[in-house]
Design a protein around this ligand. Structure first.
Ligand code: BGC
Length: 451
């Protein structure tokens, strides 16, 4: 059926999670004890911006939690800052854990389910000085941190995400160089950290279940869709497939089988214990690239990436391209991941950098339509977390890219809901996408996009 023929709302199952996603460094403010702060101090934020107070959550998270509650959201994803909880190796900060307890309690008392990420790109400085995810006892160190956290917070959270995007942590830090430690082309480093993260995840999975048998534990993976620029050309299809396998293939395969393909497995190390250590799969979906076979691009497996002419693009990054904004990717990724990994799926991130909110209503409504399509096809998708609730500090891009449903002036901390916030509230309240929303946002949005 053409969407314009839609007469009835597209309903979602009872209990479907409508949430927003956030992270500690990007929201809390005054995090000065991790490797991202050091990276910022040494001049690596491309805009020269400073994270500073970020969205000021350490002092005032409750203000935005109230906004989420007013929007009718029933879930929120946030991360814990390891460098606050364990500021020095083996030293535990009870006040920090107490503050997280308060925030989680604030969510609970508003009937908002917390999904707590244990690691979202930031490492405590003491860990960086020991070699970060290359340090020999990283699995035990992460496990000790997780044990402390779960012992303190189990009464206010049972839904855990060990790592956010281990593939992006590895690729941006070791192959592209935009993230600390800023290495370029270091394939060995990228494989080693992913191997270490997979083992740390598996150990944490077992620890959490020992401490809290009812817990649900998974991780969030970044999926960028790569499509052949000329689908009829075998070599375009081949390099598009290779780029996809290299960016997102390793972690899911380790989770499913406890191995990754030879010879990459030699660098990633022994992954046998990683097999089947997840209760759900988190997918982060934003972009699509077209890939064309090109002998002059050996570092990208002979694929040259571009975006289609006229494709939707968000706030421009300082350099390079970010990819076509591609909310329809949700159904495609869910369809691929569901049979492969065989567990419930949550969209743990999706959104668009769009300061003027020109594209976001279209992006959001189309993402929800794509989710519904997955459900229609029998895929067990249980929730959607929009990135992000309020404008966040966007890593190496600083304040240039604005992902919030609510606009933020980082100087004054003044907040202004964007039009999309009202749309998301309407979706969450209705637990459905209505025919009017489809007409007004999906279809009209397509016209804005194409204009
Ligand atoms: C990351 C977020 C980031 C978002 C938008 C995701 O890859 O997990 O931290 O802000 O993308 O770029």
């Amino acid at each position: 059926m053409a969407v314009s023929d839609l007469r009835q709302p597209l309903p979602f199952p009872e209990g479907f999670l409508w949430g927003a996603a956030t992270s500690s460094y990007q929201y809390e403010g005054d995090n000065t004890n991790n490797q991202w702060y050091a990276w910022e101090q040494s001049g690596h934020i491309k805009t020269g911006d400073r994270c500073g107070l970020a969205s000021d959550w350490w002092a005032h998270a409750e203000r935005d939690i109230d906004a989420a509650a007013a929007m009718g959201l029933n879930a929120l994803r946030l991360s814990l800052e390891w460098s606050r909880i364990e500021p020095e190796k083996g030293e535990w900060n009870g006040e920090a854990l107490h503050r997280y307890h308060q925030i989680l309690q604030a969510l609970r008392s508003r009937n908002i389910e917390a999904l707590v990420t244990l690691h979202h790109f930031t490492d405590p400085l003491w860990l960086t000085n020991l070699g970060g995810f290359h340090s020999p006892d990283i699995v035990a160190r992460f496990d000790t941190y997780v044990t402390h956290v779960v012992e303190e917070l189990a009464d206010v959270c049972s839904f855990w995400c060990t790592f956010n995007e281990p593939n992006i942590y590895a690729v941006a830090g070791y192959l592209v160089g935009d993230f600390p430690p800023g290495r370029r082309g270091d394939m060995r480093g990228a494989l080693e950290v992913q191997g270490a993260m997979a083992r740390a995840h598996a150990t944490a999975y077992r620890t959490i279940h020992r401490l809290q048998p009812e817990a649900r534990v998974g991780w969030a993976h970044h999926f960028l869709l790569f499509d052949p620029a000329r689908p009829q050309f075998f070599l375009d299809r081949l390099v598009a497939g290779l780029q996809g396998a290299a960016l997102h293939g390793l972690f899911p395969r380790a989770m499913r089988t406890g191995t990754i393909p030879f010879p990459l497995g030699l660098l990633a190390g022994d992954l046998r214990d990683v097999r089947d250590t997840y209760d759900y799969v988190g997918i982060n979906v934003y972009y699509r690239d077209l890939v064309r076979f090109d002998l002059s691009h050996p570092s990208e497996l002979f694929g040259r990436r571009s975006i289609p002419k006229g494709a939707a693009e968000g706030d421009p990054p300082v350099d390079g391209i970010l990819g076509e904004i591609y909310p329809d990717g949700i159904a495609r990724v869910a369809e691929r991941v569901a049979p492969l990994l065989g567990k419930p799926i949550y969209v743990t991130e999706n959104g668009v950098a769009d300061r003027t909110d020109r594209l976001r209503p279209w992006e959001l409504a189309t993402a929800v339509q794509s989710l519904h399509q997955s459900l229609d096809r029998g895929i067990d998708v249980r929730g959607y977390f929009h990135w992000s609730l309020v404008d966040n500090f966007e890593w190496a891009e600083g304040w240039r890219q604005r992902f919030g449903l609510i606009a933020l002036d980082p100087e004054t901390q003044e907040r202004t809901p964007r039009r999309s916030a009202a749309l998301y509230a309407a979706i969450a309240h209705a637990n459905a996408l209505t025919p009017e929303m489809v007409r007004e946002y999906v279809e009209a949005g397509q016209r804005v996009r194409d204009s």
